[in-house]
Design a protein. Structure first.
Length: 277
């Protein structure tokens, strides 16, 4: 009897333990923990990285854009657009882009913005969009200090250098003829000025900011700058792809903001003096 009683007791204990285990397993399965896959699916998506707009600039056009000793792109245009971008709440990255072909990079989508002392013209407005103007410009003539040139028409019998595809090129082409052998075209204005320095040409016609900066900072070259009332006033604008209204509006908003808070005047004074307008 003792043996039988013990066996019955053992069976009851085993059954009881089994029931406890089953209950524990059921409880574990009934927990409200969300599976990992479901948690990942319900979590808010990570914020998308902010778009960085690629800016093309021909960095051989001091003081508007050039490269310093570290290879960094610096200049009036760079500071101006960076300030505009900060106010507009967008990020920009400047990429050195040769003038010849620069406008094609915009159309192909390799560049989002161009800032390179680009004059607003009716012809260019047919294929690209410009912001409101950010700089007033005009052409200047660079000649040796002993030159007899006093006005634009005096250049007719002379050899004149320009940067290809610029408004200076257009002006001299009208004066001398587009295919004149006296008209020398170069990839950049500094190269044209170097040609003047070496005696390969008699004059250079280019934007006032660049010519004035070169004459002031290269006194050993012995140049002087000559103005002429016949030169049509020009204005620079930031450039975006034709039809990119959203980016154009953002840039115009930023430009208006830096004009309103004094940042625009500070940048102007930094590069062109306190009297710059």
């Amino acid at each position: 009897m003792r043996s039988t009683a013990l066996s019955s007791l053992t069976r009851r204990l085993v059954l009881t333990a089994g029931a406890v285990c089953v209950a524990s397993l059921l409880a574990a399965c009934s927990k409200t923990d969300t599976p990992a896959a479901e948690t990942a699916a319900s979590a808010p998506p990570a914020p998308a990285a902010a778009k960085v707009y690629v800016v093309g600039t021909d960095a051989v056009y001091a003081p508007f854009e050039s490269q310093n000793d570290k290879g960094e792109i610096v200049g009036f245009d760079i500071d101006m657009l960076q300030a505009v971008a900060d106010k507009a709440g967008i990020q920009v990255k400047f990429v050195n882009t040769p003038w010849e072909g620069m406008f094609n990079t915009l159309g192909q989508g390799d560049r989002d913005i161009l800032v390179s002392a680009v004059t607003i013209t009716e012809e260019r407005k047919q294929s690209m969009d410009f912001t409101d103007p950010y700089f007033d410009a005009r052409q200047l003539i660079a000649v040796p200090k002993d030159s007899k040139v006093t006005r634009f028409d005096d250049l007719k019998p002379l050899r004149v250098a320009v940067q290809t595809g610029t408004t200076g090129d257009e002006a001299v082409s009208k004066l001398l003829g587009k295919t004149s052998t006296k008209l020398k075209r170069f990839e950049s204005t500094p190269l044209a000025l170097k040609e003047l320095e070496s005696g390969g040409v008699d004059a250079v016609v280019a934007d006032n900011g660049v010519v004035a900066h070169y004459v002031a900072n290269n006194t050993a070259a012995g140049f002087k700058a000559i103005s002429d009332a016949s030169f049509v006033p020009e204005q620079y604008g930031f450039v975006v792809k034709k039809g990119n209204a959203e980016l154009l509006a953002a840039l115009n908003k930023g430009l208006a903001a830096i004009k309103a808070d004094g940042t625009y005047d500070q940048i102007q004074a930094r590069y062109f003096g306190a009297a710059a307008k």
